[in-house]
Ligand binder design. Structure first.
Ligand code: FAD
Length: 337
């Protein structure tokens, strides 16, 4: 094997053969490199075969260094956060996955401005803002995943989203250089942005918030967390990636998106099951995967059947919110952005 290799081959003595870039990344503080790493261990669906190498990086001020090394390696790579919006194929990924998740929140406040590392968990940021009397991220309470992942997918709830409070990001480009980009230039729309292919890394983000009473923000946080506990499966015990499909574009002057879950329920999806994957009994747009039984292909087949059922009843094509990584057969749903 040459030093520029991306595959994680294993010698006959069982010890993985490591190219030079692996040693260079492993020497960066806060980083770890794992060969042949099962994606099922780092996605909330708990599904997916191995990636060639997984690079764990927790610190926002180190991620540019990591990318600079990856750039010289010749490997193909992409970034992930907590894996709460991903379905990875059973065959895995023939590439390097940069997993950018912080062990501790990295948040600084200056007045109504908050600067946060892209690897910080979004819910940690929401809790910080509630304690500090900063309003604008109530919707983010309880959404799993990192700040970087939330910006890439413009995560949201209750009609609000990241685009409404995000001012600027630091992006690490393919060469490992940091560029400052205004949120206006990120192409953010309903559950999408120009960042979604995992090619550029959000290393830092700046939000502008409004003053709000900490007690009221704290009780609102508790209310939202409790609502989520009753409406959603707990992904720690019941593997899922949340809503599988995006809500549908508004058809009336009211401009309100129509819940994909309503159409799915009318189409009978709540009774659907494929292998170890089934539709969650309380929410027709959520797929849960039985641990140790379900495969990514079960989930894909089930989602495809759900999309077909909505099309057959309403003539509407659903669009997945969950990102599919790896090789999957062609699907019925709409893949345009
Ligand atoms: C129980 C449950 C409830 C959920 N509820 C909601 C909800 O209410 N609203 C909602 O919007 N979503 C919800 N989700 C989906 C998910 O939590 C969000 O999409 C989340 O923002 C994904 O973040 P992540 O770090 O897990 O990203 P990942 O799933 O790891 O990655 C998703 C995408 O983001 C990109 N990405 C990740 N990190 C970065 C980075 N630092 N820089 C650039 N790109 C990056 C990846 O390349 C990938 O394309 C839910 C999921 C679950 C399991």
């Amino acid at each position: 094997m040459t030093d520029r290799s991306c595959s994680s081959s294993v010698r006959s003595n069982g010890i993985p053969d490591s190219p030079a870039w692996v040693h260079a990344v492993a020497a960066i503080p806060g980083c770890r490199v794992v060969p042949n790493a099962p994606m099922a261990q780092v996605t909330t669906f708990r599904l997916g075969g191995p990636c060639a190498w997984r690079v764990d990086c927790s610190e926002a001020d180190r991620v540019a260094e990591v990318v600079a090394v990856l750039a010289t390696s010749g490997c193909t790579w992409r970034v992930m956060g907590s894996g709460s919006n991903l379905l990875v194929s059973d065959a895995g990924l023939d590439q390097v996955i940069l997993r950018f998740v912080a062990r501790h929140p990295d948040i600084r406040r200056e007045g109504l401005w908050v600067s946060v590392g892209g690897s910080t968990l979004l819910d940690d940021l929401a809790a910080f803002c509630a304690r500090e009397g900063l309003d604008g991220l109530r919707f983010a309470n309880g959404i799993p995943g990192t700040v970087g992942g939330a910006i890439a997918g413009n995560a949201g709830a209750f009609g609000e989203d990241m685009a409404g409070v995000l001012v600027q990001v630091d992006l690490v480009n393919r060469e490992g250089r940091v560029v400052h980009v205004s949120s206006r230039d990120l192409g953010m729309g309903y559950r999408r942005s120009s960042l979604q292919d995992g090619a550029w890394v959000v290393s830092q983000a700046v939000f502008q918030l409004q003053p709000g009473p900490p007690e009221q923000l704290g009780s609102e946080r508790e209310r939202i967390l409790s609502l989520r506990r009753t409406k959603h499966p707990d992904w720690r015990v019941c593997p899922t990636a949340g809503s599988f499909f995006r809500n549908l574009a508004p058809t009336s002057a009211a401009g309100v998106r129509q819940a994909a879950g309503w159409f799915l329920e009318q189409a009978g999806a709540k009774s659907f099951r494929e292998g170890g994957a089934r539709v969650f009994e309380k929410h027709a747009n959520i797929i849960v995967a039985e641990p140790g039984v379900a495969t990514a292909e079960d989930v894909r087949r089930l989602a495809n059947r759900m999309a077909e059922a909505v099309y057959a009843k309403f003539g509407l094509r659903l669009h997945p919110e969950v990102r599919l990584w790896g090789n999957f057969p062609a699907n019925f749903w709409d893949t345009s952005e």
